[in-house]
Design a binder for this molecule. Structure first.
Ligand code: HEM
Length: 457
């Protein structure tokens, strides 16, 4: 069989490299084997990493019926456990199309803009608690902002017992699998044993079950009050949404979509914002240019801020250099196919490698450098730049995530004089299934910019 080349490590060594040094592993395979790499798998056709934009274009624009989603059986069973079997991430074919059609409208560009004021207010509330001249880790504040945004936008929750519990439990849930070592649980099913005392998995299961119950309780409560038509949150829209036959989503379906949105949308957006913070404050010329641009806009005109070209380019470049999701979802061919001259058997799985395409020197000269200007000088196609994946599986929350990134950064950078608290380099590290800045990312707020009224206790 004419398969692409690829590394011949054992599955164990490959997984360890992928877990502990994911970007080095991908760089190494690209340099050695080029932009199509074949990974051997036990008892099944290979897994292909693809970093060729034209071939990725073919995949993203192909008939979705040619693929199955969700990777191998083991990965699928974990995802089913995490999100539920009705999760958009696990559906295929007509049922995927149908649920996506119900889910998409509230996430469209025009619709997410109505959340701008809410994002700005939440950012004000969280940063009002900052203490000047004291080093503080960036991630917890960004987590707090993003969690409040997601709980309000998705659930319409801003106070109450369920809100307080979810606000506490979601970060704990994700933190149990955030370190590279605990990410072993995701990749090695044998470690997922809840009878081992103090095992992180046991803790994970306990928190996950409580979150699940809280989501069901909220759905039931909201169905009882579903005639409150003023609500604009996604749960309300989903409760009232009907397909062309007049059918709505069941409680189980609603639960699985909400759990997916919460878990997938929160962690990714936090890491994207943290990266942008790091670059802005480690490169004085970037910060200066950004401030000059922000000074041209009225800080209350959030629509204008969200359209600022340099701010947009800074966010795009942050998601280019270290994309939070290094690959799009696994697509498995249902039929034999030919990609880049290679004949691949049915059952071959494929990952469009976001990280490797974003590192291509022919598209992004000096790919390891942070250069927002590249996005002002050139328009990239959706298969040259795709931090949110593509085709019929493209991220549902892309517009919301970009809006949040821009508004949170604009708010904080315009209001605070900030600097990194130390010179230690920040490295990309694994956080569960995603890539994030290492946890030592700390800033010091050294002062307030003139328009900010001091509100410190
Ligand atoms: C910076 C933030 C984010 C990044 C980098 C990101 C990235 C991605 C990527 C790469 C995919 C897979 C696409 C593919 O396979 O082609 C995806 C899927 C998805 N994302 Fe996001 N995401 C982000 C934020 C969000 C937010 C805020 C939400 C919702 C609140 C969300 C919900 C989803 C859902 C539901 C899917 C599954 C789509 C499907 O299978 O049809 N994401 N995301």
């Amino acid at each position: 069989m004419n398969l692409p080349n690829g590394p011949r490590y054992s599955r164990f060594v490959r997984l360890l490299k992928f877990i502990f040094k994911p970007l080095e592993y991908l760089d190494e395979t690209y340099q050695r084997y080029g932009d199509i790499v074949s990974i051997e798998r036990k008892n099944s056709p290979p897994l292909i990493y693809l970093a060729n934009p034209q071939a990725i274009n073919r995949i993203f624009s192909a008939d979705p019926g040619l693929f199955e989603y969700g990777g191998n059986v083991r990965a699928k069973s974990l995802m089913t456990y995490l999100w539920g079997s009705n999760s958009l991430m696990l559906l295929d074919g007509a049922s995927h199309r149908q649920v996506r059609k119900l889910l998409m409208p509230p996430f469209h560009h025009g619709n997410v803009n109505k959340y701008s004021q809410l994002i700005d207010n939440i950012t004000d509330r969280v940063t009002n608690n900052w203490t000047l001249n004291k080093p503080m880790p960036v991630r917890p504040s960004i987590e707090e902002i993003t969690l409040q945004v997601i709980l309000q936008v998705v659930f319409g929750l801003e106070k109450g017992e369920r809100y307080d519990r979810l606000k506490k439990l979601i970060p704990s849930l994700l933190n149990t699998v955030s370190s590279p070592a605990s990410a072993l649980l995701i990749f090695f099913s044998n470690l997922r044993k809840d009878w081992i005392p103090f095992s992180p998995w046991k803790r994970f299961v306990k928190i996950k079950e409580e979150v699940k119950q809280l989501i069901y309780d909220e759905i039931i409560a909201r169905r009882k009050n579903s005639d409150n038509s003023d609500r604009t949150d996604i749960l309300s829209l989903l409760i009232s949404a009907k397909d062309e036959n007049g059918n709505g989503l069941s409680d189980d379906e609603l639960h699985d979509q909400l759990m997916t949105l919460l878990l997938v949308g929160y962690e990714t957006t936090v890491s994207g914002i943290c990266w942008a913070f790091y670059w802005i404050h480690s490169l004085p010329e970037v910060r200066q240019k950004l401030l000059e641009e922000l000074n041209t806009a009225d800080s209350k005109d959030l629509d204008k801020i969200a359209k600022l070209p340099y701010l947009t380019a800074v966010c795009q470049e942050s998601l280019r250099l270290y994309p939070v999701a290094i690959g799009a979802s696994v697509r498995t061919f249902k039929y034999p196919t030919n990609i880049m001259g290679y004949d691949l058997p049915a059952g071959t799985s494929l990952i469009a490698s976001i990280y490797l395409v974003h590192q291509r020197e022919d598209l992004y000269p000096q790919p390891k450098c942070f250069i927002p200007e590249r996005f002002l000088q050139r328009q990239y196609t959706p298969y040259e730049y795709f931090p949110f994946g593509g085709g019929n599986r493209r991220c549902v929350g892309a517009a919301l995530a970009m809006l949040e990134m821009k508004l949170v950064i604009a708010n904080i950078v315009s209001n605070f004089e900030l600097e990194l608290s130390n010179e230690r380099p920040i490295a990309p590290v694994r956080r569960g299934l995603t890539i994030a800045p290492s946890p030592n990312l700390e800033i010091i707020a050294t002062g307030l910019r003139p328009q900010k009224t001091p509100v410190f206790a």
